[in-house]
Design a protein around this ligand. Structure first.
Ligand code: AMP
Length: 423
C-alpha cells in the first residue's frame, strides 16, 4: 500500500529548494541588518500557551489548532504561530531582566487545520520579527519598514503591493468600541451572513474581516476603531504615520483591518499583493502591548509581524528566470571501467569537494555521449577522465556555456583559474 503525505502538508522537492534557500538567506540578512537576532523555539508547546496568548475564541485556536495529549495526557499543540512562543521564551528566560529592548526573529514551520488551497496549507512556514520592551511608535514604523525592505531585497516591490494600516486601540479603548460596533451591527443583523450574526454578539470586530460581500457592505459604514481611540493611542497612531511618511512608505488606512488574533493592540498592518488571488496577505502584524503580562511576564509593550514563505515562493516562481545557482560546478565522467581510472576519478572527485567545489560523478554507467548530455543539465563544467587522460596524468575539462575545452593536469585540478572559461 502506498502511503501519501498528509493533506495540506507538502514536500519541498530539490528543484524548488534553491528558491527556499535563497529566501531564507535574504530574510536572515535583512533581519540582521535591522539588528534582530534569531530565536528557535520548539514546534510543540503546551496548548494552554495559545488558548491564553492568542485567545480561546479565535478561529486559530478554536478551529484550526492541532491539539493532542502526550502519553501522560498533557494537552500539547503544534504551534499555529510563533509570537506566543517567543513571548513565552522571553518570560521564561528572563530576557526582560536585561532592561533592554529584545529584538528577535524566527523562521520555521507552523500548523493550522485550515481548508487547503493556493497559498494556504496546513503545514506552512513563517518568518517573523518581534521587538519587546518599547512603546516608541518609531519601532512600529521600523518593523513596517523592515517588511517593505524585505520585499525590495527579494525584487518583489513591483508585485502590486499594498500596505494596509489601522489602529485598534488599547485594552481600555476596546469595550466602548465593541459596544458601539455591536449596536451598529445589531441594527443591520438581517443583512449579515449566519456566522456574522453570531459574531456580531460574541466578537463583533471579527465581522469586519468577513469576506462575504453582504457583510462587507455592512462593515463599510460601521464605526471605525481609529475614531474610538484614547488620547495616548490617537497620538501614537499619528506618530506612526508621521514616521511612515518620513520613510516615504505609502499606506492605505483600512478600518476593516482587525486581524484574526486577540492579542493585538494599537497599530495593526498587513502587506498584500494583487498577484496572489484570494489569499493575498503576504505578511501581517502589529502591536501586542498586553501579551507579555498575559503570559506571566512584567508589563512589556511589543510589536512584530509574521509572513508566509509559501506566498513569497509563489510570487518568486512567477518571476523566476533560469536559476543558475542550482548548477553544480562540475560533473566528473570516468570513461570505461578500468579500475585505475575509476580510483583516480573517485580521488579527483574527493579532492574537488575538499577544495570547496560542488561536484558529482556519473554513477549510472551511461555511454559517454549520454553522460555528457545529462551532465550538461546539472553542471557548468564536465570533467572527463579516461584511460588516455590517466596515462598523461590529465583530465579534459569542458566549460559547457562556451564549449571551451582544456587538458588540466590531475595534480592541479583544484587550483583556481586552471579550468577553461573560468573567471
Ligand atoms: P497570521 O499569523 O494569520 O497573521 O499570518 C501571517 C502570514 O502567514 C499571512 O499573511 C500569510 O502570508 C501566512 N499564512 C498564514 N496562514 C497560512 C497558511 N495556512 N498557509 C500559508 N501561509 C499562511
Amino acid at each position: 500500500m502506498k502511503v501519501e503525505s498528509v493533506r495540506g502538508m507538502r514536500d519541498v522537492l530539490p528543484a524548488e529548494v534553491g528558491l527556499w534557500q535563497r529566501l531564507e538567506r535574504e530574510i536572515r540578512s535583512c533581519f540582521e541588518r535591522y539588528a534582530y537576532g534569531e530565536i528557535r523555539p520548539p514546534v510543540v508547546e503546551l496548548a494552554e500557551l495559545f488558548s491564553r496568548g492568542v485567545g480561546g475564541d479565535t478561529d486559530l485556536v478554536h478551529k484550526e489548532m492541532y491539539v493532542f495529549p502526550d502519553r501522560k495526557g498533557l494537552p500539547l499543540a503544534l504551534r499555529p504561530e510563533a509570537t506566543a512562543s517567543v513571548v513565552r521564551a522571553f518570560v521564561e528566560h528572563g530576557l526582560h531582566a536585561r532592561g533592554d529592548l529584545a529584538k528577535l526573529y524566527y523562521l520555521g514551520p507552523m500548523f493550522r487545520y485550515e481548508k487547503p488551497q493556493k497559498g494556504r496549507q496546513r503545514q506552512f512556514h513563517q518568518y517573523g520579527v518581534e521587538a519587546l520592551g518599547s512603546l516608541d511608535p518609531a519601532l512600529d514604523a521600523e518593523v513596517i519598514d523592515l517588511a517593505a525592505q524585505l520585499m525590495v531585497a527579494l525584487g518583489l516591490e513591483r508585485q502590486g503591493l499594498t500596505l494596509r494600516l489601522n489602529a485598534i486601540g488599547c485594552a481600555a479603548d476596546r469595550p466602548p468600541y465593541k459596544a458601539a460596533l455591536a449596536t451598529y451591527l445589531g441594527e443591520h443583523a438581517e443583512q449579515l451572513c449566519a456566522d456574522c450574526q453570531r459574531r456580531a454578539v460574541e466578537n463583533p470586530m471579527r465581522v469586519l474581516d468577513c469576506k462575504q460581500p453582504r457583510c462587507r457592505a455592512v462593515s463599510k459604514d460601521a464605526p471605525h476603531s481609529a475614531q474610538h481611540l484614547c488620547g495616548a493611542c490617537a497620538r501614537h497612531f499619528g506618530e506612526v504615520k508621521t514616521y511612515l511618511d518620513a520613510l516615504d512608505l505609502a499606506y492605505k488606512e483600512d478600518y476593516t483591518l482587525v486581524r484574526g488574533l486577540d492579542y493585538y493592540t494599537r497599530t495593526v498592518f498587513e502587506l498584500c499583493s494583487d498577484e496572489l488571488g484570494a489569499q493575498d496577505a503576504l505578511l501581517g502584524g502589529g502591536r501586542y502591548d498586553d501579551l507579555v503580562s498575559v503570559l506571566g511576564g512584567p508589563p512589556t509593550p511589543a510589536v512584530g509581524f509574521a509572513g508566509g514563505m509559501e506566498r513569497l515562493v509563489l510570487l518568486l516562481q512567477g518571476l523566476a528566470g533560469e536559476d543558475e545557482t542550482r548548477l553544480l560546478d562540475a560533473v566528473l565522467v570516468p570513461v570505461g571501467d578500468d579500475p585505475a581510472v575509476r580510483s583516480a576519478a573517485v580521488d579527483a572527485l574527493h579532492r574537488l569537494r575538499v577544495a570547496g567545489r560542488t561536484a558529482d560523478m556519473e554513477y549510472m554507467a551511461r555511454s559517454l555521449r549520454k553522460a555528457m548530455q545529462v551532465a550538461a543539465r546539472r553542471a557548468r563544467w564536465v570533467i572527463i577522465l579516461g584511460p588516455d587522460e590517466l596515462e598523461r596524468g590529465e583530465v579534459t575539462v569542458r566549460h559547457l556555456a562556451s564549449a571551451q575545452e582544456a587538458a588540466v593536469p590531475l595534480a592541479r585540478l583544484t587550483e583556481p583559474g586552471v579550468w577553461p572559461g573560468s573567471v
